[in-house]
Design a protein around this ligand. Structure first.
Ligand code: KE4
Length: 423
């Protein structure tokens, strides 16, 4: 048994499933995970010394690659001044200002410790602001694991949402309505039926938790119009797309302005950071200024802020990085499409900027129902083979591939060669 297997089986004695987040257990591809020891640039090493070209990038933060020297240096310097004070600091003001400068719709922002916390808080502020209880979310979109957002697909169409997992009371999910991604008419039907009860629409402006699914032309604009018409808050969950598609995320890319935005991943550069922000008049609802309570011992933690602010400053100062990364990514995903076509397969590739997915289905993947037509067994065979060949892809058909500025031409060519062998 190699070290990874030993450590993972030891871990299962003390941690549920041996992991601190379910997807890491590799269960959906019927495998066991390499236990990662270190990372640098676009490469991971496991406990047995095997190396992998990394297309997970810690699920999004590593847009410049792992172990960026300037991020590392800023963390060490900040740590030297103390890890956490639980007090106001200058760096959190600098971070808030920078986020407000980079994200068009954010006038005021609150730091939290995860994407889950960011979305949970944004929903609470939206409910406090509108004095309404209902929210609309989309089947297949994931917004973290707060109770009200763990709602089964298709459950809120006619009646109230039903829980998507054990431990979530029905009376929590009854206020969550669901609709199919890219289906404006379903959202309109909810508004027509109970518009005056709807506090917010929460959406991933590019869905990346059922594999990558792009908004159809007019979808995001339509949500904006419906929220305006009925006085509901439009929340863009940009935990993945924020600072990924470009400095201003999906809202800049698609020119649709939400009322609130949630952020995570890249803004912490790998440290535990989330944030929610948006229109001043809505954000002023948050305690201690307003009546909506939300708090956190380590929110705005100076070491995490140092990591995040360093990464965001690099991205702000180098918009050419996005041009290069997005062009490289377009070419990379384009080549995957060619490989699939030349092999006479009908798999689908959805991609945008440095985010993409291969769906093992011949259907156009536009929403949760079409995403679920993918052959997860075939995906499992592909993913296991890729990992065996030293290409670390997400261990689930319903996750994304992330490229970074650190991926070299040679590494991408090597990856394409292996995809060709495997497909
Ligand atoms: P966290 O609480 O995991 O930081 O963020 C939750 C979240 C919120 N919104 C979106 C759009 C997200 O993608 C996420 C978390 N993404 C997953 C990957 N699909 C995190 C990986 C994991 O769960 O381990």
């Amino acid at each position: 048994m190699d070290k990874s297997e030993q450590i993972f089986s030891e871990g299962k004695k003390y941690i549920p499933g041996g992991v601190n987040s379910p997807v890491r257990a590799f269960a959906s591809i019927e495998s066991t995970p390499p236990v990662i020891k270190k990372a640098d640039k676009a490469v991971l090493w496991d406990e047995d010394g095997n190396s992998y070209i990394d297309f997970v990038g810690s699920w999004g933060p590593m847009i410049l690659g792992h172990n960026h020297p300037l991020v590392y240096k800023s963390v060490v310097e900040a740590a030297g001044c103390g890890l956490s004070f639980g007090a106001a600091t200058k760096i959190e003001v600098d971070m808030a200002k920078l986020i407000c400068e980079m994200v068009p719709s954010i006038e005021m922002v609150r730091m939290v410790n995860s994407g889950t916390e960011a979305v949970m808080s944004a929903v609470r502020v939206a409910r406090g602001y509108t004095h309404r209880n209902k929210i609309i979310k989309f089947d297949g979109c994931y917004h973290g694991h707060s109770d009200g957002l763990l709602v089964a697909a298709g459950s809120g169409v006619m009646t109230a949402g039903v829980p998507d997992c054990a431990g979530v009371p029905e009376n929590v999910t009854k206020d969550t309505l669901t609709a199919s991604y890219n289906r404006l008419e379903e959202v309109e039907a909810h508004f027509k039926r109970r518009g005056e009860e709807i506090a917010a629409v929460v959406v991933e402006p590019v869905a990346a938790n059922m594999g990558v699914i792009l908004p159809e032309p007019g979808f995001l604009e339509g949500l904006r119009k419906l929220c305006n018409a009925y006085g509901a808050v439009l929340i863009f969950d940009e935990v993945i797309t924020g600072f990924r598609l470009g400095p201003g995320g999906a809202q800049e890319y698609f020119h649709v302005t939400p009322d609130l935005t949630t952020l995570g991943k890249i803004i912490g550069a790998g440290m535990p950071v989330g944030a929610y922000g948006g229109k001043r008049e809505i954000m002023e609802m948050a305690a201690p200024l307003g009546p909506v309570y939300q708090a956190g011992t380590l929110s705005g933690n100076p070491v995490a802020m140092a990591a995040g602010i360093t990464l965001l400053r690099i991205l702000k100062e180098h918009p050419e990085y996005y041009k290069k990364l997005n062009e490289t990514s377009d070419a990379f995903f384009g080549k995957i499409k060619e490989i699939i076509k030349n092999k006479g397969k009908n798999y689908r590739v959805n991609h945008i900027a440095s985010l993409g997915s291969i769906f093992f289905t011949g259907e156009r993947v536009l929403d949760y129902v079409t995403a679920k037509t993918a052959d997860t067994q075939a995906f499992g065979r592909y993913a296991r083979a890729m990992i065996k060949k030293g290409i670390y892809v997400a261990p689930s058909q319903f996750e994304a591939m992330f490229l970074s500025m650190a991926h070299t031409k040679e590494q991408l060519e090597e990856t394409l060669k292996k995809i060709e062998e495997i497909i």
